[in-house]
Design a protein around this ligand. Structure first.
Ligand code: CU
Ligand code: ZN
Length: 228
């Protein structure tokens, strides 16, 4: 249930329209379905400023344009890249392509942690993005944006991740939140200390970006048809 108004809308129908006590003809059932989807759309627009689906192919697309953390020391590596997201409305799973560059060419063995953080606030570089987005008050690595570790090859991360737990729809939408790329491996909660259960001891925030909406055209520009 993605909308806080939606349950009251359905309750209204039951209480005042007697919907729960009769079998509806197909046209009226369809009309109710359409109305509830419209209510959900209005809710998403008013709460998050985005349509539930921002493209006619029933998908919502998102983009995050990674920039180096301006708070890093002078000699630190400069990471840039794109994360492209796609999710079908209303029940599809979020998927993402990670296209990130700037790692040393000789670091093929070391993975890097990537997460969704709470705030889309880059006013103090990546340091103002807060901790991991944790709407259900659970331990790391069970946050919806805990993407885990990414293998670096030839200085780059090029990975597709389907079936992500984060979502674009409803109250827990990750639009406007941030993606952070870390310098170290994520210990996935196995570090035997408090920080491990909060952030996986993933270390310095190398790069970050705010997740915004984008078009199918942009998705197709970067993702070839064989990939999608
Ligand atoms: Cu993080
Ligand atoms: Zn986490």
């Amino acid at each position: 249930m993605s909308c806080i108004f939606y349950p009251s809308f359905i309750l209204y129908l039951y209480a005042f329209c007697g919907v729960g006590t009769m079998t509806l003809p197909r046209d009226e059932a369809q009309m109710l379905t359409d109305m509830s989807q419209k209510a959900d759309d209005i809710c998403n627009m008013s709460l998050f400023g985005i349509p539930s689906k921002n493209n006619p192919d029933n998908h919502t697309y998102g983009i995050c344009n990674l920039q180096p953390n301006p708070k890093l020391d002078e000699g630190e590596i400069k990471i840039t890249g794109l994360v492209l997201f796609r999710q079908s409305y209303p029940n599809g799973k979020l998927e993402a392509y990670f296209m990130i560059q700037g790692f040393p060419q000789n670091c093929n063995q070391s993975g890097r942690a990537i997460h969704i953080h709470t705030f889309g606030d880059l006013s103090n570089g990546c340091d103002s993005t807060g901790g991991h987005y944790n709407p259900f008050s659970v331990n790391h690595p069970n946050h919806p944006g805990d993407f885990g570790n990414f293998e670096v090859q030839n200085g780059k991360i090029q990975q597709h991740r389907p079936n992500l737990e984060a979502t674009f729809f409803g109250f827990y939408s990750v639009f406007g939140k941030s993606v952070v790329v870390h310098k170290s491996l994520d210990d996935l909660g196995l570090g035997n200390n408090e920080a491990s259960l909060q952030n996986g001891n993933a270390g310095t925030r190398l790069a970050c970006c705010v997740i915004g909406s984008t078009s199918k055209t942009t998705w197709e520009k970067f993702i070839t048809s064989k990939d999608s």
